[in-house]
Design a binder for this molecule. Sequence first.
Ligand SMILES: C[S@@+](CC[C@H](N)C(=O)[O-])C[C@H]1O[C@@H](n2cnc3c(N)ncnc32)[C@H](O)[C@@H]1O
Length: 234
Amino acid sequence: MTQGWKDPITARIWDTSGDKINPTRGEQLDILVYLLAEFIHRGEWILDLGYGSGKVEELIFERIPHSQVIGIDNSEAMAQLALECLSPYANRFIPLYGDLAELSKLQLPVSEIGAVIAIQSLHHLSAQDMQKAYRHIHSFLRPGGIFLLLDRLKVEDEVVFPLFRSVWKRLDGYHGSETAPEEGDSFAIHETTLQEEGDFPVNLETHLAWLRECEFHTTTLHVHGNRGLIAAVK
Ligand SMILES: C[S@@+](CC[C@H](N)C(=O)[O-])C[C@H]1O[C@@H](n2cnc3c(N)ncnc32)[C@H](O)[C@@H]1O
């Protein structure tokens, strides 16, 4: 079973409770939007891979005057939620139906892409498709353009798992979130849950190595437990 983003009920649940299992999301999104505001040139587009219910676009449009986004997703249910959420910004958003595993088929209606972002979406791709996606992302960007990846990172093994568990419990204590139970009581449960949900996260070093193979300059901007914000510059 995968998370079933195409199912309207799953989409609605995620839309209303995504932060509950990822309390770090707010801060990492805040950094991401701040960076976009600093680095995007006027007239350029942001390309969002897996835009979901439009929550990230809402933040971008509220905080960055004149910003414009092209979003790719393959869930009609998510797209419908985004349409509702982004109706005040309809003239600044182009939603496209597309598969992140097949970005070669993407016909972008604009050429001035200053930034590509992917928030909690690329970990749904296989290792091979993620590497393919990185090559396409590099080709979409203008020289100096940035790719910001905010995503789930792999918990390496059962030896380090208890450390992550403590980090999640601490976060839950501060935020009233449900990270620890959601991530699993043991490494085995954690791994099984990921597989059932169609999640294939890779670790930080692997992301950075794959991005560098595409000739990106890379850096890690923020990591908290198994959630990271990575930047890559073309
Ligand atoms: C966890 S949601 C994140 C949505 C949004 N980025 C956010 O952070 O609010 C993951 C999104 O990725 C999309 N997605 C997953 N795999 C995809 C694929 N292969 N092609 C296109 N979209 C995909 C899902 O439909 C879903 O909308």
